[in-house]
Design a protein around this ligand. Structure first.
Ligand code: HEC
Length: 446
């Protein structure tokens, strides 16, 4: 669609020169900002400035023109040749033309009476006020000086099971909270079961330093876990059940498609895993929470998440395009809904390709230019049926060369680790049963 842009460019001055008045903020531009930008560009959110009102937006007019024309804003990294996505963040050529014409026309405010109502802030909840809020249970003090992964277990006190249609994690303190996962556990003893320490078959390959874990330098190396001779190391095959909800920079909250829901059994406890980024100044206090949005009743289908990871890759110093692969062989029919790739600073690109049982290959998502700053979810507009006997091939590349400006150290041999300076290869995939199932009133937790 990008090739349409020059056309918009050519038309905009014409339109401005003709009888059509130049676009104004109040009438033409605010609706675009409210819809496509305000989720991040509002007070208390991740972007540096608010685009909710004219006074705040006006000084940024030139930068806005440039960033939308270049396709940098809103952030979206899917290769447009593959897949259609329901949360595609890109502006339409008309919207881009309107913004350009507005800036070129002097970025006027226009008549305030035309201003649409600003999107509700919902007290910091993007999805509006939740039905139920559960937090980490205490004010946690974050000490300066290093990254930390902290675990908190909080009871839901649910005496009956609940179906939820969405879950939104709200960081208590954005200055320190980098990302958060919330998982369901049955009891305190199971806490940590979603974390690396609990993957006991992995422990012998891991080193722990404080709250951080990394793979030992002398652990076996498997870059291509799709190869037929892949050794039987933990978690290189199959999949693990994923978290209930996740918060990552730029990622939209977990909203489940209509007709689907996730189930929270009675007595469930929530385990929060919070990555606190390193702060240099004085300590900070955090109290992160998850908001739950109840579904009207049992859904036709239960939403699930499976996580595919490779813990055993090794990226050589200076490598420009080091490939790491992980495959999943479908043992039953599954409807695929979304993908969230996760790598760190050296992540360069990722491709999800489905090999159908008849050998036909289909690229479901390609992200040719991955950025650690943006951890987006890509939701397929139409679910893709992966039949029993098909294989999902995930191929990622890492840039450990000096050309990668985000690279903390091109001389390092890089392996899996929690720290941003180490690497990960994680893929979360939401899926559904192809046929509606009887509601699992007594569904097990994981
Ligand atoms: C998913 C969150 C998100 C959305 C949606 C988003 N932005 Fe941003 N934007 C950011 C963040 C974070 C930054 C600062 C970091 C950066 O520049 O990468 C930023 C920076 C900017 C900048 C300054 C830097 C630059 O690239 O010139 C402009 C201008 C901007 N955004 C405009 C917009 C406009 C206009 C929209 C909507 C059409 C939009 N953004 C949508 C998060 C977002």
């Amino acid at each position: 669609m990008r090739w349409l842009l020059p056309l918009g460019l050519a038309l905009a001055p014409l339109a401005a020169g003709a009888s059509t008045p130049a676009p104004t903020f109040s009438k033409d531009v605010a609706p675009i900002f409210f819809r496509h930008c305000a989720g991040c560009h509002r007070p208390g959110e991740i972007a540096p400035m608010s685009l909710l009102d004219y006074q705040s937006a006006r000084p940024w007019a030139k930068a806005i023109r440039e960033s939308v024309a270049a396709g940098r804003m809103p952030p979206w990294f899917a290769d447009p040749r593959y897949g259609r996505f329901s949360n595609d963040a890109r502006l339409s050529p008309q919207e881009i033309a309107t913004i350009k014409a507005w800036v070129d026309g002097g970025a006027p405010e226009g008549d305030r009476r035309h201003l649409p109502p600003a999107p509700e802030s919902g007290d910091g909840w993007k999805l509006g006020p939740p039905d139920i809020v559960i937090d980490i249970g205490r004010d946690f003090r974050v000490q300066p000086g290093q990254d930390a992964y902290e675990h908190f277990v909080a009871p839901t006190n649910f005496t009956e099971g609940k179906w939820i249609r969405a879950a939104e994690i709200k960081p208590g303190n954005r200055r320190v909270v980098h990302h958060v996962h919330v998982s369901m556990v049955r009891d305190e003893g199971e806490a940590g079961s979603t974390s690396i320490e609990a993957m006991t078959d992995l422990t012998r390959f891991m080193i722990r330093e404080g709250t951080l874990t990394r793979v030992r330098a002398d652990a076996p190396v498997v870059n291509d876990a799709c190869a037929p001779d892949t050794p039987p190391l933990p978690y290189l095959r199959g999949a693990q059940e994923g978290a209930l909800a996740s918060f990552l920079p730029g990622r939209q909250p977990d909203v489940f498609p209509p007709g689907t829901a996730k189930y929270i059994p009675p007595g469930t406890k929530f385990e929060f895993v919070v990555h606190y980024a390193r702060i240099e100044e004085e300590g900070q206090t955090d109290r992160t929470a998850v908001g739950l949005y109840l579904a009207p009743g049992p859904p036709a289908r239960v939403l699930r998440r499976m996580d595919l990871r490779n813990f055993f890759f090794q990226i050589p110093p200076g490598a420009e395009r080091h490939a790491v692969r992980r495959c999943y062989d479908f043992e039953r029919d599954q409807l695929l809904l979304s993908f969230t790739p996760h790598m760190h600073f050296r992540g360069k690109d990722v491709t999800y390709e489905l090999v159908h049982p008849d050998g036909r290959r289909e690229i479901l998502l390609a992200v040719p230019d991955y950025h650690f700053d943006w951890q987006l979810v890509y939701r397929l507009r139409e679910p893709v049926l992966a039949r029993k006997g098909s294989r999902l091939e995930v191929t990622t590349h890492y840039d450990n060369s000096v050309n990668n400006r985000a690279n903390p150290d091109p001389r390092a041999t890089v392996r899996w680790g929690d720290k941003s300076e180490e690497e990960m290869m994680s893929n979360w995939i939401e899926w559904l049963e192809p046929e509606p199932q009887p509601a699992p009133g007594n569904a097990s937790v994981r």
